[in-house]
Design a protein around this ligand. Structure first.
Ligand code: PLP
Length: 375
């Protein structure tokens, strides 16, 4: 008997999603005007404890908007962790700027604050810490370094809606924080993104560049070259319904993590298991384990044969083709080595993690994983 297929991620759309989307269609407000955009922005700002939340069409656009609002441009350097999804670094390239990679902490897999200062040059204009797989970064030292240097911190929290650092929600910890609402994230709008900030001037810039750079007080007058990065009312309708239930979605994900930990913690190392430290509360976006050797491709295929979908940890961005060939460019300093990111990437896999998994599903995954890892 083959077990039913267990996807690595799936959205749970069990609240008002359909009702609000029907409302968009019934009212014909299906484009980027409509009440749900404003309602979603206000509710998300309140959830994060910030003054402003600006919707946009996806998380990558959110990063690009934040960098543009921070004034990052050609020739600038932006410090990013190498262990992240490629969009973090790509957004820096969209601005004509250069990502300068730093390694991550061995325990929680997020940007190592002790590595930042050595990466500074006179061209450094921003730092993008990434709350990887739902684990918040150690923001106090990162913010302190940035403040001393007079530069901006843009947190990439695409994977960490609802995570907390020293009792404060992610979204309120940096000059700007970027979220994604892709279908596999903690909460989804299908495709979508958000930037949060407490800074009125940055919020105005984010809105300006999101909406084709049109002057808010003069129609068809465009003082800057902006983008069409708007979110639709339909996406915002889904987002509002998801946000209404986010506590429940996170509670279920934490249950899933607890089931995994009970099964695996004495056998395999997990993200944050060495020392979560500094009073954080992560949200399990992906529950990850480090396997002993480096057997991912094989292990992932063998689990797939048993109807269990898993995924490899991201490749460190400095190893991807558009980033390795930079040594030819005059601006490019040959990359340092990033032993921690490479170690984690070569040994880690993400196990199915989403709010609709049952304890039986998780036990099935763990039984098979333990059998294969020790075979
Ligand atoms: C998903 C993700 C993004 C990009 O978000 P999209 O909505 O897919 O564009 C950026 N950074 C990280 C860390 C992500 O996980």
């Amino acid at each position: 008997m083959t077990h039913k297929f267990i996807p690595v991620a799936a959205p749970v759309l069990a609240g008002n999603e359909r009702k609000y989307v029907d409302d968009c269609i019934d009212s014909t407000w299906i484009s980027s005007n409509g009440k749900y955009v404003n309602l979603f922005e206000r509710a998300f700002a309140e959830y994060c404890g910030v003054a402003h939340a600006i919707t946009c069409c996806n998380g990558t656009a959110a990063l690009h908007l934040a960098l543009v609002a921070a004034g990052v441009g050609k020739g600038d350097e932006v410090i990013v962790p190498t262990l992240t999804y490629v969009a973090t670094a790509n957004a820096v390239r969209y601005c004509g700027a250069k990502p300068v990679f730093v390694d991550v902490c061995r325990d929680n897999w997020t940007m190592d604050p002790s590595k930042i200062e050595a990466s500074f040059t006179e061209r450094t204009t921003a730092i993008i810490p990434v709350s990887l797989y739902g684990h918040p970064c150690d923001m106090d030292p990162i913010n302190a370094i940035a403040r001393a240097a007079g530069i901006k911190v843009i947190e990439d929290a695409a994977e960490a809606h609802g995570a907390e650092y020293k009792g404060r929600k992610v979204g309120s910890l940096a000059d700007m924080t970027c979220f994604s609402f892709f279908g596999n994230k903690i909460m989804t709008t299908g495709e979508g993104g958000m930037v949060t900030t407490d800074d009125d001037a940055l919020a105005a810039k984010l809105r300006l560049y999101r909406g084709q750079g049109v002057d808010p007080n003069r129609r068809y007058w465009h003082p800057v070259i902006g983008f069409n990065y708007r979110m639709t009312n339909i996406c915002a309708a889904i987002g509002l319904a998801q946000l209404e239930r986010i506590d429940e979605l996170i509670r279920k994900r934490r249950m899933v993590r607890n089931w995994y930990l009970r099964n695996l913690c004495d056998r395999l190392e997990t993200q944050g298991s060495l020392n979560s430290g500094f009073g954080t509360r992560s949200v399990p976006w992906m529950f990850n384990v480090l396997t002993g050797a480096a057997p991912e491709a094989n292990l992932i295929a063998r689990l797939a044969e048993r109807n269990i979908e898993t995924r490899p940890i991201f490749f460190p961005v400095h190893t991807l083709p558009p980033y390795t060939n930079w040594s030819n460019e005059t601006l490019w300093k040959l990359p340092d080595t990033f032993p921690v990111a490479e170690y984690i990437s070569s040994r880690g896999i993400s196990l199915p993690t989403w709010a609709g998994l049952t304890e039986e599903d998780v036990n099935y995954v763990c039984d098979n994983l333990k059998e294969l890892v020790h075979a």
